[in-house]
Write a protein that binds this ligand. Structure first.
Ligand code: NDP
Ligand SMILES: O=C1O[C@H](COP(=O)(O)O)[C@@H](O)[C@H](O)[C@H]1O
Length: 501
């Protein structure tokens, strides 16, 4: 969130250095930071895993990921030879305490080479079950005692439920101070998500309307066309509510619903967000059915190709009750938002990849136009497209040219690509990794934020887990999700807004 310069000397240890996230996201992000001259003058990246790689083979593997997944499609790889010299692979079992001497030795060697004490960053890009063991070892071996320069980055999911998230927080906080802990939610690193703060708090135009007096309801959609992508083992124990709603969607909702911050201090922003989470109505179990819908995709077709159902995917129980779709109607019980529903939905294998937020305004209080023009009268909307489209549109009524007063809904659009070109935007992980090196935690989740978000979803999870869904699978691939979700919003006289591709 601060304006960036080159961070101080840093060593980044990536536990899970041989894994998928590093291959597809972290290494491309670090390389892009290097190309943009944002890596420190002195830096080292040490990937950690048990798989046997020598440095050469490891660097080759990462280059392959960069060529496939970087936003820069290979054209600047001329700098790879230079960048790759900063990468080392440490083959070690993270459960073997003795093996951690390799980390201590590595830090000492770099300190001697650079003549400065660097930031030491431990990035936990491993399965959640392994995180406590690693954190414990780092703590007990005194590898995190320098509160100023040592940081730990914790990937999602942060816990499996409120209890486990609380335990993980307690464990981390017994080893590290809160300022050293960076809990990742990669949505917060997205340009368009950060722009929500600019849209709301750098303009006088929107804020006076941003409340229950003018807004009828809000919709947040995060739909995906992909299915499990080989992550059946993880997803089967997670589901859409844990995977997307507890973290990404609630964080986006916080940015829409929060009060204006006094400053951009990390804790100030996080305080404002946690206020929203605390104000979200916690449903009693008897209210879940009318406010939340779950779905699971069946076998079917997408663009002429046959697709397996969720229950046929690798790593999934053939009678699985895991939801691949969730829709919830939330209320934020505070002065600003009383009575305004926030409809949120997310799902795998849906018709379109799209993350959008729409604020639908109330109808104008009096309709003075000829009655026949009312047919095309539509409520005003502000729609913010987070991805893959990156734009902000305002829908309003305009007079159709001609001799009669006929109205049409029309749009004003601000499009990031048209304004800034289409290679303007750093990937979320670039922003987040740079923030970690600089010690800026604004875009990361604080312990109380994570737990407050779990408190929101726990009643739904507990209710769903205590009742087997009788109608799974209940939506087809390439569709907009289950009919019950349409009914959830239709009961209030609304419909889900599916933007054209
Ligand atoms: N992949 C993705 O798109 C996303 C992943 N995440 C999160 O990121 C984290 C990593 O995910 P992902 O990369 O997909 O997982 P992978 O299964 O691909 O990688 C797991 C990594 O952990 C390492 N590992 C496992 N056990 C040990 C051990 N005992 N000692 C040392 N290393 C070990 C593996 O290395 P080896 O086998 O060589 O020992 C491997 O590098 C998870 O928390 C996941 O939820 C979050 C968002 C998206
Ligand atoms: O964290 C996760 O996010 C991705 C969606 O991320 P996006 O940046 O592509 O919107 C989701 O596919 C994955 O299941 C989830 O773990």
């Amino acid at each position: 969130m601060q304006n960036h310069k080159r961070p101080p000397a840093s060593i980044i240890f990536i536990f899970g250095g041989s894994g998928d996230l590093n291959y597809r996201k972290l290494s491309p992000a670090l390389y892009n930071l290097f190309l943009d001259n944002y890596m420190p003058e002195n830096f080292a990246i040490a990937g950690i895993g048990r798989s046997p790689y020598d440095n050469g083979a490891y660097r080759e593997r990462l280059l392959d990921g960069i060529q496939k997944f970087s936003r820069r499609k290979g054209e600047q790889n001329g700098h790879w030879a230079d960048f790759s010299q900063h990468i080392t692979y440490l083959q070690m079992d993270a459960e073997d305490r003795a093996a951690y001497s390799a980390i201590t030795d590595f830090v000492k060697a770099k300190e001697e080479e650079w003549g400065v004490h660097p930031n030491v960053i431990f990035y936990l890009s491993v399965a959640p079950q392994l995180m406590p063991a690693i954190a414990q070892k780092l703590g007990s071996l005194n590898l995190c005692s320098d509160k100023h320069s040592t940081r730990i980055v914790v990937e999602k999911p942060f816990g499996h439920d409120l209890q486990s998230a609380h335990e993980l927080n307690e464990l981390l906080l017994s080893m590290f101070s809160e300022e050293q802990i960076y809990r990742i939610d990669h949505y917060l690193g997205k340009e368009t998500v950060q722009n929500l703060i600019a849209l709301r708090f750098a303009n006088a135009l929107f804020e006076p309307l941003w409340n229950r007096n003018y807004i009828d309801h809000i919709q947040i959609t995060a739909s995906e066309t992909v299915g499990l992508e080989g992550r059946g083992g993880y997803y089967e124990n997670s589901g859409a509510l844990r995977d997307m709603v507890q973290n990404h969607i609630l964080q986006v909702m916080c940015m829409i619903a929060m009060e204006a911050p006094v400053s951009f201090d990390a804790n100030e922003i996080r305080n404002k967000k946690v206020d929203v989470l605390n104000a979200i109505r916690k449903f009693t179990k008897d209210k879940i059915h009318e406010n939340a819908v779950r779905g699971q995709y069946s076998a079917g077709w997408r663009q002429g190709k046959q697709m397996p159902g969720y229950r046929e995917e690798k790593g999934v129980d053939p009678e699985s009750a895991t939801e691949t779709y969730a829709a919830v109607k939330f209320y934020v019980d505070n002065w600003r938002w009383q009575g305004v529903p926030f409809y949120v939905r997310t799902g795998k294998n849906m018709h379109q990849k799209a993350t959008n937020i729409t604020l639908q305004f109330r109808q104008a209080p009096h309709y003075a136009f000829p009655a026949e023009s009312a047919e095309t009268w539509r409520p005003n909307r502000l729609t913010i497209s987070i991805q893959p489209e990156m734009d902000i549109r305002i829908r309003f009524q305009a007079k159709r040219p001609g001799q009669s007063m006929e109205l049409d809904p029309v749009e004003m659009v601000f499009n990031f690509d048209r304004q800034y070109g289409d290679d303007h935007a750093p990937e979320a992980y670039e922003t987040l990794l740079l923030d970690v090196m600089e010690g800026d935690a604004t875009l990361f989740m604080r312990a109380d934020q994570v737990e407050a978000a779990w408190k929101v979803v726990m009643p739904i999870l507990e209710t769903w887990e205590s009742r087997t869904p009788v109608d799974f699978p209940n939506y087809a691939p390439d569709s907009w999700g289950p009919e019950d979700a349409d009914a959830l919003i239709a009961r209030d006289g609304h419909a889900w807004i599916n933007l054209p591709k």
